[in-house]
Design a protein around this ligand. Structure first.
Ligand SMILES: *Cc1c(COP(=O)(O)O)cnc(C)c1O
Length: 394
């Protein structure tokens, strides 16, 4: 063919991270068929959906089977029952100004993160490193210029805004609690970013996918910070909160106070969604709503507590060993400094061979991830305890 392609796709680095990991694990298994493997590399939930949530979905399926209660296309921004339930959640976590009408239900955070560049012009993009690769890649695919702010041991992987506020208005990504580092911003830290955004005329895209893991006194939503409703979009998801990675539901908040060049961002986002997205299934939204109240909420919280117990067990071992790490408290991730100045891949091979444990080398999340390692708490408690015993012998 002789058509032109979007060659910005060539700017996106090929990543062999997960295929590389899979290859090394396969080789280890072939060479050691009797050794048990403890998988702590997965960034996916493992507990099944609570019956309180699936029964709401079953009832919704039954409604679809009857002429009187059948549902066709869903409303493009989500059913009111779900938008209201999400708004009630914001009230609970200290952001009562976030009302149903500024909440846009979607099939997950990743889609919204990928689609947001649609409504934004050619602005510089600022992204912390190490980072969830979706932010970088979805901007490179649109030809945006990305610069990084470094997360490192000095700032406990919570980089603060640059001192120089004399910058071009930019699009800034923040993920807290963070994947991969598990670090979570304090009120002071997020306030610094919000003030920086306001001062520089920038937009923050805040990823709150792990909000439900926060138990310390840290901001659950960027809208707890004064002024954020004039400079921040928030993206969140039922994936990690309610175990919906395989069901698919999330949401994006675009407050009415977000304006650029006299145009409300919500106008463009609403238009973008109405044109290119046909909504999330009724059954899914019923399940999502069930996870936000009553027994469903209790059950989802219990699942999160299960993962958090795993994270706490790991954190205790690394604390005892004096190994530097972030996360493990308000997050399902532990981000540790590889002992003996090993690189991430060296540590990967070392613990695979010695213990049969699989994790993720920090090198896969950006330059500043080198020499670090991500472990996840999404496995079983039994396996996590086995891993803890091994890590005690590091
Ligand atoms: C898992 C995860 C999400 C959730 O994505 P979904 O598409 O909703 O499953 C969002 N952001 C980060 C950083 C994540 O790790």
């Amino acid at each position: 063919m002789e058509i032109k392609l979007n060659n910005h796709f060539l700017d996106v680095k090929e990543t062999y991270l997960f295929s590389d990991i899979a290859k090394r694990v396969k080789k280890f298994q072939e060479e050691n068929p009797d050794r048990e493997i403890i998988r702590m590399g997965i960034g996916d939930v493992t507990l099944p959906l609570p019956a309180s949530v699936t029964s709401a979905m079953e009832n919704a399926v039954k409604e679809m089977a009857s002429k009187e209660t059948f549902h066709g296309y869903p409303p493009e921004y989500g059913y009111d029952f779900l938008r209201d339930a999400i708004a009630a959640h914001y009230k609970e976590i200290g952001a009562p100004a976030i009302t149903s009408n500024v909440i846009y239900v979607s099939d997950g955070a990743k889609s919204d993160l990928g689609n947001l560049p649609d409504i934004l012009g050619d602005n510089p993009v600022i992204i912390p490193d190490p980072v969830y690769p979706v932010y970088v890649d979805s901007n490179l695919m649109n030809g945006r210029k990305v610069s990084f702010v470094a997360g490192n041991k000095e700032n406990d992987f919570l980089p603060l805004p640059p001192a120089d506020t004399n910058i071009e208005p930019s699009v800034i990504y923040i993920c807290s609690p963070n994947n991969p580092t598990g670090a979570v911003y304090s009120y002071e830290g997020l306030t610094a970013w919000v003030n920086f955004a306001i001062k520089t005329g920038s937009l923050i895209i805040f990823d709150a996918a792990y909000e439900a893991f926060i138990t310390e006194d840290k901001p659950h939503t960027i809208y707890e910070i004064p002024g954020a409703d004039t400079c921040a979009i928030e993206i969140s998801s039922f994936s990690k909160f309610a175990g919906f990675t395989g069901v698919r539901c999330g949401w994006t908040v675009v407050p009415d106070g977000l304006e650029a060049g006299g145009i409300k961002l919500s106008k463009f986002w609403a238009r973008r969604q109405a044109t290119k997205f046909n909504g999330v299934s009724y059954v899914t939204q019923k399940g999502a709503a069930a996870s936000l109240s009553g027994q469903g909420l209790e059950d989802c919280k219990a699942n999160i507590a299960y993962y958090k117990r795993n994270a706490a067990a790991l954190a205790e071992v690394f604390t005892q060993k004096g190994i530097y790490f972030t996360g493990g408290v308000n997050s399902p991730y532990i981000w540790l400094k590889c002992p003996d100045n090993m690189g991430g891949w060296e540590f990967f091979d070392s613990i695979l061979n010695r213990f049969g444990i699989v994790g993720t080398p920090g090198e896969g999340f950006g330059e500043n991830g080198a020499g670090y390692f991500r472990l996840t708490a999404f496995g079983s408690y039994e396996n996590t305890l086995k891993a803890c015993e091994f890590f005690k012998t590091l």
